[in-house]
Design a protein around this ligand. Structure first.
Ligand SMILES: [Zn+2]
Ligand SMILES: [Zn+2]
Length: 62
């Protein structure tokens, strides 16, 4: 049983969980590398330019 993307509503296969809002999104609807959906990518550009938008920042990975 395939989950539906919470952004586009389609079942395209693999979904990712947005670290910003916790929604499940497909690879069409956000950045898989940053684990952010389109909504949070757009929001971060406006209110939090330093948060998540720049992948160049070094972060500790678990
Ligand atoms: Zn989608
Ligand atoms: Zn999100």
């Amino acid at each position: 049983m395939l989950e539906e993307c919470e952004i586009c509503g389609q079942s395209t296969g693999k979904l990712y969980t947005c670290t910003g809002c916790g929604k499940r999104f497909c690879h069409y609807c956000g950045s898989v590398a940053e684990k952010l959906c389109l909504e949070c990518i757009g929001a971060s550009e406006d209110s939090h330019p330093a948060e998540g938008a720049k992948p160049s920042k070094k972060r500790k990975k678990e």
